[in-house]
Design a protein around this ligand. Sequence first.
Ligand SMILES: *Cc1c(COP(=O)(O)O)cnc(C)c1O
Length: 383
Amino acid sequence: MSWQQRFRQALDQRRAADGWRQRRIIDEQTTRTLHSGGRCYHHFSSNDYLGLTRHPAVIAAWQQGAALTGAGAGASGHVTGYHRQHADLEAQLADWLGYERALLFISGFAANQAVIHLLGEKNDRILADKLSHASLLDAASHSPAQLRRFSHNAPESLATRLASPCEGETLVVTEGIFSMDGDSAPLAALAQQTRQAGGWLLVDDAHGIGVVGEQGRGSCWQQGVRPELQVITFGKAFGVSGAALLCDADTADYFLQFSRHLIYSTAMPAAQAFALQAALHEVQQGEALRQRLQQNIRHFRRGAASLPWQLMDSESAIQPLLVGENSEAVALSARLAEAGCWVSAIRPPTVPPGTARLRITLTAAHRPEDIDRLLEALHDAAG
Ligand SMILES: *Cc1c(COP(=O)(O)O)cnc(C)c1O
């Protein structure tokens, strides 16, 4: 089959399954509102959980940083791209989360690929929660290490996997708060089993960092767990982009010597590292924002309890409504858009077949009346 034939077949299948993905041009957005196609919507699809993308201090830091250090880092960190701002941010992150070291990556996707790529060798195994993010599972499936999935948030399923023998090392992989379900991993139980078996635990806390735990330190801190490896990302609650790996000093040195994702890639702009320091400060001081977010979550869940779609078991900012069929999820999303509410439909392969859903995200920037408007639209669509 030629490339052309292959593409056409795959695209036809995607269309036929109501799985077509479309980017929409956004003309303007805040954390609460979004302008597209000449209309203004209430925005319920952003991961900007604390509203920091618009924070004046974060924007000012990026502007000042660019004026001082230039628009880009100019090179990989191993050449001349490692600026004072990167080093300061790494030190602040390590100190904040209680690790010896932090290493910056340009994205969470890159960080996860780098970790799995570097750790998994032949005879090792990677045991991953089956709902782990694509960046983790993709890397693991390409790794020479063996990939085994365990049932979602099920320590007993992990225990069964750990009980089978393995010649090499074992890396257990999970998320703090799951991106498409919004539920939290039982980190204490997973960490204990992993340690007992002599393995290492990697927690990707993209959706927990900044949002939960004292000073926003995330899911691990909240659950009293300190995994060997933690990946945090800055595109969500931090309101910027980028990621960091938290680890011990030897691990950091090993990455700096051998991680191709660090060595052969231009470092994030120093201005971005400066903006991230401002965002970190807001996250640390963000108790009022976190409380407002929790109030919004409670408000939404109270109002959504009587809807005909299953409200998933989530206490996080991610509040999915399980719809089932792709076509129904797309239709409901379109119906809400007509009513002025922007909510994305999430379909396979991002989620398992038959579990298409609306992924509603709430933020600290939403006002109670925004949530009432969404609830009204949902109840109208139901009735
Ligand atoms: C968003 C996300 C990533 C990717 O992070 P980026 O910085 O957006 O590349 C990784 N893991 C999880 C769980 C995510 O939700």
